[in-house]
Design a protein around this ligand. Structure first.
Ligand SMILES: C[S@@+](CC[C@H](N)C(=O)[O-])C[C@H]1O[C@@H](n2cnc3c(N)ncnc32)[C@H](O)[C@@H]1O
Length: 234
């Protein structure tokens, strides 16, 4: 069988997040001191997580939430604190291990079911909410649309995700990055996406099933630049 672009990219991300970048992610997502540059990224990511959580009901008791690409579990832990039953999935087993330890320390391990594997293949058939924070930013727009279709078919209320917004300088960096031979330690490239166009396509693709692209918010903080999108049932 021919390997799809999605599985090839996912396998690269598995190696990167599970091995190459695992320690850097542990540090970035902790409260320990980091470099000035990483501090700005941390601040942007904190703002993004708060934005996504603000787009969910304040009381999540009795609901299930899929944290797709949960990494070290920050969003899962916050959602569990608000009463959700969380299914937290990531391909990087070493990050899931860190997430489990952090959830135990925060007293919410019982509310979170951690799974190592693909965010769609390992996902339950039905959940109330799906959140994919910065876990689709390395996939091309066709793969993102396909994954979102999988989320929409599982979610009862809303699907929240982030993309790296397309801007001319970012597109240029991406193009130049592709010309440079791949070095083993390099992060898989980010795929900038024209988020307005993506929202229009998602709106069109899923409107007949009662979904609409409801809101969006761009967050920039130093080297962090990401755009949140909310799809909801009309
Ligand atoms: C940039 S990190 C973000 C982690 C977390 N959502 C956060 O915001 O802290 C992206 C994560 O998505 C995970 N990931 C990427 N593709 C995935 C896939 N197809 N299935 C499950 N996890 C995936 C990576 O392993 C990585 O942990």
């Amino acid at each position: 069988m021919q390997e799809s672009n999605y599985t090839r990219r996912r396998d690269q991300l598995t190696t990167y997040f599970d091995e190459t970048a695992a320690n850097a992610w542990r540090a970035l997502t902790s409260n320990n001191p980091v470099s000035r540059v990483r501090e700005t990224v941390r601040a942007g990511r904190d703002e993004m997580r708060t934005t996504l959580l603000d787009w969910l009901p304040p009381d999540l008791s009795g609901t299930t939430l899929l944290d797709a690409g949960c990494g070290t579990g920050s969003l899962s832990i916050d959602a569990a604190r608000r009463g959700a039953r969380v299914i937290a999935i990531d391909v990087a087993g070493s990050l899931v291990e860190i997430a489990e330890k952090r959830a135990a320390r925060e007293g919410v391990l019982g509310a979170i079911e951690f799974r190592v594997g693909d965010m769609l293949a390992e996902s339950p058939a039905e959940v109330d909410f799906v959140v994919a924070m910065d876990s689709l930013i390395h996939y091309n727009v066709n793969d993102v649309q396909a994954v979102i279709a999988g989320f929409v078919s599982r979610a009862r209320h809303s699907v929240l995700f982030t993309s790296a917004p397309w801007t001319p300088p970012l597109a240029m960096m991406h193009f130049v990055g592709r010309l440079i031979p791949h070095r083993h330690h390099r992060a898989p490239s980010i795929e900038p996406i024209k988020v307005g166009e993506l929202m229009a396509t998602l709106d069109e693709n899923h409107r007949q099933d009662g979904w609409r692209a409801a809101r969006t918010r761009r967050i920039r903080s130093g080297f962090y630049f990401s755009q949140a999108v909310e799809l909801t049932q009309c």
